[in-house]
Design a protein around this ligand. Sequence first.
Ligand SMILES: [Zn+2]
Length: 344
Amino acid sequence: MTVNVPYGYVKDPENPKHWLIDPEAAQVVRRIFQMCMEGRGPQQIANQLKADKVLTPTAYKKQQGRSTPHPNPENHNGWCDSSVVNILERREYTGCTVNFKTYTNSIWDKKQRETPIEKQAVFLDTHERIIEDDVFEKVQVIRQQRHRMTRTGRSSIFSGLVYCADCGSKMQYGSSNNGNFAQDFFDCSLHKKHREKCGGHFIRVKVLEQLVLKHMQMVMGYILRHEDYFRTAMEQQMKLESAEKLQIIRKQLSRDEKRITELKRLFIKIYEDNASGRLSDERFDMLSQSYEAEQKQLEAEVIALRQDIEVQERQNENIEKFIQKAHKYVGIETLDPYALRELV
Ligand SMILES: [Zn+2]
């Protein structure tokens, strides 16, 4: 369980297990996510916060008179990229509680390891959210893309988003030496390395920008004109996809629950056998330990399966959110990095 409340929240005085939003810090958290969506890297974000004299999480906590395990930093505005990354990766900002964040492989392995997300227990809506789910997910994707700058030190808002139509490789940003922005382009990274493996694709950034913007205007316009039809068609499509997944998950869930009941029954039986002398203490210890281990594992699996079901059932919310975006971006005339990340 999380002992330290993440930056952006405070303990609820009525119930210390419940978190409330700390408006001042939450605003900084939102700003950090926003800057990432705009295509800025952790170091750039940290520099900006430093320049704006924003207190670091530790300095802020000290100022507010809250306890923190860290000593008061010498530089109160000394943001570093790792604290920015920490914030960008905290799922708790979407209003959920994440347990089993780290685990040890066995009792002999004292090294803590990150639990893969599918093995983490996530409890939704345990506190008020600071960040929307889709923004959080986008930021995780952005975090995995490495930004490539050209020799001239320029980068493109499309970096990491463009793929070759033939071979599926990432397309790389390039610019010409003469400093003419209009010449900036993307070309296939595989073609660059092995000319025989891919014929090569090339597109000017200027052209890409126009095409993407035109496509966005078309899609948004379509959704707004045919909102009800779009909603029904998408719901139908998602229902088909998730019905299959749900069936598999529910089957596994009922198998697990059945086995848990059986294990409880078995435990009572060996307990009685042991009490009546039919089962030795040694055998009882051995059996009860193995039953207990199996039950624990199954119970963790049941929690994970229930979450999968919840995710599937929430699909319709995603359609609603996309429609809301269509309203937000109606009449979009220029592409900015935030819009690009939000819509693509
Ligand atoms: Zn290619």
